[in-house]
Design a protein around this ligand. Structure first.
Ligand code: FAD
Length: 452
């Protein structure tokens, strides 16, 4: 049977765009892609990129204070959100155009429309058109989840923060995951009075416990009213804002409330189940290690599969799919030892096993140090950095590395290379320090602080 395309990609985000470009540009497949919103997806339009630019913008409050401590005479007149927003919008327009241009140059046909699966080999577009394809890739990502009562009260999600016309005076952030914590730090840095409620007993569930405690302590020291073990009991629109009663009985009116209580895969109304694609409990597309669904012609990559919801992982999965199916080069996306960063203040970089997970797997040694980095110590600031290695007692391999420090994301990227190569504690020790930098602590950790 002759198909209109070799591949139809639903979703123009990190995973979909990479798969389409590789399948078409490198392997010569006839490829089409449908995007219902802006090209580039979550990462480019309402995730990593605008968020990191906001992290930079928010960092200058402390930067200015630090400059003074170093002898600079500076007068800051406050943060001009509209000026920043205008530049942010222009940058996102530029990136969106670059993504679109990349697809066009690779020979991909783009449909600016919502697409749904009609059957194993055809896709229905919102324009009314139906097209056929030998393979379909579902790369529709995820979206913020907001409980009903909160939605009725008109709360915001992370999507809305980038589009605010003005910064609120006060904000309540509900949630304890990385997105909630990052926005708490960003808005705090921009001068907004931030309260954060999280019903769990500590933020950043799933990360290394010691690092979580370290980040939480610094967020509080930085001025965020972070209340853990405390959720929202009641929420309603009120004159001038949103009134929230917390489960500890405290009530307050906030200018804005942001819910960052998790994300759900975008599979609703996509026609997947009718076509035979299996979904998991949270609505995620179930795939095997080749990203293939229960329907052999249909594949899925990225957040919609709810494996590891990070941009570089979606890109790897999309690339591996394209090489496997169109390049006669079978590759599986590798989900082991994926490094990541949480852009809180201070930043947190992590790779490998947490101390808790490693301890459950076998005997370990923990090497850790918390210290005042030279730069902030000189400025009289109280922050401490945390550097931690989790080592297997028998093989001596470094199983995990956790860093809470300025630029921890940059440091963890390089530590991850060594750890992926199977570096032992002694390999770290043999590496001569770079002096004076924070990361030298990683190669000068002499005695374990704990064994288990
Ligand atoms: C606030 C925030 C901060 C983040 N920060 C980081 C970070 O610092 N580092 C990191 O690695 N990751 C980060 N992430 C996660 C990262 O953005 C995602 O993992 C990544 O974008 C997933 O890519 P994807 O291709 O699976 O989906 P997406 O990028 O979400 O793309 C899916 C696309 O499909 C489109 N679509 C959906 N349904 C249809 C349909 N039926 N028809 C047509 N188009 C459709 C959507 O409009 C969207 O453009 C962050 C996420 C958020 C929300």
């Amino acid at each position: 049977m002759a198909f209109d395309y070799d591949l139809f990609v639903i979703g123009g985000g990190s995973g979909g765009v990479r798969a389409a470009r590789i399948a078409s540009g490198e392997h010569g497949a006839r490829v089409a892609l449908a995007e219902e919103d802006r090209m580039g997806g979550t990462c480019v339009i309402r995730g990593c990129v605008p968020k990191k630019l906001m992290v930079f913008a928010s960092s200058f409050r402390d930067g200015i204070a630090e400059a003074r401590a170093y002898g600079w005479e500076v007068t800051a007149r406050g943060f001009d959100w509209p000026a920043f927003r205008a530049k942010l919008d222009a940058e996102l327009d530029r990136l969106e155009a670059a993504y679109r241009g990349g697809l066009e140059r690779a020979g991909v046909t783009v449909f600016d429309a919502r697409a749904t699966l009609a059957d194993a080999h055809s896709v229905r577009l919102a324009t009314g058109q139906t097209v056929s394809a030998k393979h379909v890739l579902v790369a529709t990502g995820g979206r913020p989840f907001v409980p009903e009562a909160a939605a009725r009260a008109g709360v915001l999600t992370s999507n809305d923060i980038f589009r605010l016309d003005a910064l609120p005076g006060s904000v309540l952030i509900v949630g304890g995951g990385f997105i909630a914590c990052e926005f708490a730090c960003i808005l705090n840095g921009m001068g907004v009075k931030v309260t954060q409620l999280y019903r769990g007993e500590q933020i950043l569930r799933g990360f290394d416990r010691e690092a979580r405690d370290h980040v939480a302590e610094h967020m509080r020291e930085g001025g965020i009213d972070l209340r853990t073990g405390c959720g929202v009991a009641k929420i309603e629109a009120a004159p001038g804002g949103t009134r929230v009663v917390a489960t500890d009985g405290q009530a307050a009116v906030f200018d804005k409330v942001v819910y960052a209580t998790g994300r759900v895969p975008n599979t609703e109304g996509l026609g997947l189940e009718a076509a035979g694609v299996k979904l998991g409990q949270r609505g995620e597309v179930m795939v095997d290690e080749w990203s293939q669904t229960a329907v052999p012609s249909v594949y899925a990559v990225g957040d919609v599969t709810d494996r590891i919801n990070l941009t570089p992982v979606a890109i790897r999965e999309g690339h591996a799919f394209a090489d496997t199916v169109f390049g006669a080069r079978p590759v599986k996306a590798d989900h082991a030892l994926v490094p990541s960063a949480v852009f809180t203040r201070p930043e947190f970089g992590t790779v490998g096993l947490t101390e808790e997970a490693a301890r459950a797997a076998g005997p370990i040694e923990v090497y850790a140090t918390a210290f005042r980095p030279m730069r902030s110590a000189f400025a009289g600031r109280p922050e401490r950095a945390l550097m931690k290695l989790v080592v297997a007692a028998d093989t001596r391999k470094v199983l995990g590395c956790h860093i809470v420090a300025p630029e921890a994301g940059e440091m963890i990227q390089l530590a991850a290379v060594a750890i992926r190569m199977g570096a032992t504690k002694e390999d770290f020790d043999r590496t001569v320090a770079v002096h004076p930098v924070m990361a030298e602590e990683l190669v000068t950790l002499r005695k374990p602080v704990r064994t288990a």
